[in-house]
Design a protein around this ligand. Structure first.
Ligand SMILES: [Zn+2]
Length: 247
């Protein structure tokens, strides 16, 4: 069990009133999530929910049982296990650890009890469920309409926001699965971003060199989802108007 005064890495947990967080803490267990670890499989019962700290988790939608495409990405901004919030105990996606790091987990039975008891936890998780759905539907459109280079830039920005480090590990092969393209497509897109001096990419180590340039290179999907996420976190009073669906 963590000390009650340890810094809270996960944003959803950090947003809870102190007494609600203290209650949860008794049932939360700190864990290390490792790259490649599968937390959920489609159609299988969810045994734990996870609040990532420094770890990153990809939500993959499967087609024909073996083709997987990333439709959601979360880290300290979210929780893995949203079906439980919506009254389901099975996952519809594969949840795959994409970045090794810390997380807090709770058994599903305990989570259901705590969720019933804490109104602030309900509010945080309903808000988050909405932004996650927005991210998933925007990603569906993005995968269909936008070219690999702009999607790669978007994906790098989303990762950069969550890991809070300019450097992270990611192989071409894994990135290909995330973006739903062949390895050679990832190589070409990464080379193009490298040529523009936005990133450095050597043997699976990505370094973000120019964050502003990367934002300019990404499709608008990045900004649309981020605005929605920031707006939800700030509450309805200061929510920004919805950005137009320009190309
Ligand atoms: Zn896009």
């Amino acid at each position: 069990m963590l000390a009650p005064h340890a810094p809270v890495q996960n944003h959803l947990l950090a947003a809870l009133p102190r007494k609600d967080y203290q209650r949860l803490l008794a049932r939360l267990e700190p864990v290390k999530l490792t790259f490649g670890e599968v937390l959920y499989e489609p159609g299988k019962t969810i045994r734990h929910v996870y609040f990532p700290g420094t770890s990153l988790v990809s939500l993959l939608t499967l087609a024909d049982g073996h083709l997987a495409l990333e439709t959601g990405l979360l880290g300290r901004d979210g929780m893995v296990g949203i079906p439980l919030v919506l009254g389901h105990d099975e996952s519809s996606v594969r949840a795959l650890v994409q970045g090794t790091g810390t997380a807090m987990r709770m058994a599903s039975a305990h989570f259901r009890e705590e969720f019933r008891l804490s109104l602030p936890l309900q509010q945080e998780l309903y808000r988050y469920a909405h932004t996650l759905m927005a991210q998933i539907s925007q990603t569906a459109a993005c995968n269909r309409f936008h070219v690999v280079e702009t999607r790669l830039a978007r994906w790098l920005l989303m990762t950069h926001d969550r890991v809070k480090s300019d450097q992270f590990r990611m192989t071409h092969e894994f990135l290909g699965h995330m973006l739903g393209v062949r390895r050679v497509g990832v190589t070409k897109a990464a080379q193009a971003l490298q040529k523009r001096k936005l990133i450095r990419y050597t043997r699976g180590d990505i370094t973000v060199l120019d964050r502003g340039g990367l934002e300019a290179a990404a499709c608008r999907c990045y900004e649309i989802v981020k605005d929605m996420h920031d707006g939800a976190r700030a509450g309805p009073a200061v929510r920004k108007p919805q950005v137009s669906a320009a190309a």
